[in-house]
Ligand binder design. Structure first.
Ligand code: FES
Length: 166
């Protein structure tokens, strides 16, 4: 079956480099998915199929990895994605207040994308492993906390400013 997704020529080179580090193709599943995720913004069924073909594994093998690792989006998200921790330490330190503020500030509910496509966010029940920052959130790859509504504003403004300079 044909797939409508394929790596850019730059990413094909990166994929070749990834493959060269592993003894067999299947072992390169995670970095290959990360590369595809980076290029496409999420793992669509077409991407799943493409990766399965590249690595000569079944779609079920790819889906097993996708359902285990929650960092892979399986639908489009904002250009920047926020994960607000709602686990115990963050909850005790008023993550609820930050959650309410994100709804107000971004104007969308958890799991949705802002109108301009810049941000999406979600409240996550699992500890993100940075309790010392509670209440905290992950914005793309970076952790931020302890959060207050003002601090959330500052963080979002810095990201928006850097986007406008691109
Ligand atoms: S409870 Fe939020 S980072 Fe651990």
């Amino acid at each position: 079956m044909s797939s409508s997704f394929e790596f850019t020529s730059e990413n094909q080179d990166r994929f070749s480099q990834i493959l060269s580090r592993y003894p067999y193709k299947r072992a390169a599943m995670l970095p290959t998915l990360h590369l595809a995720h980076q290029q496409n913004g999420y793992i669509s069924p077409e991407v799943e199929q493409y990766v399965a073909g590249l690595l000569e594994v079944s779609l079920v093998d790819v889906r097993e990895i996708l359902t285990f690792y929650t960092l892979f989006f399986q639908r489009p998200m904002g250009r920047h994605h926020i994960r607000l921790c709602k686990s115990i330490s963050c909850w005790i330190r008023k993550a609820d207040r930050i959650e309410e503020y994100l709804v107000e500030r971004l104007g969308v509910a958890s799991g949705e994308i802002t109108k301009n496509g810049n941000f999406s966010w979600e409240a996550v029940p699992d500890c993100l492993g940075a309790c010392e920052l509670a209440p905290m959130m992950q914005l793309d790859k970076d952790y931020h906390g302890p959060l207050t509504p003002d601090k959330v504003d500052q963080i979002l403004e810095v990201v928006s400013d850097s986007d406008s300079k691109v």
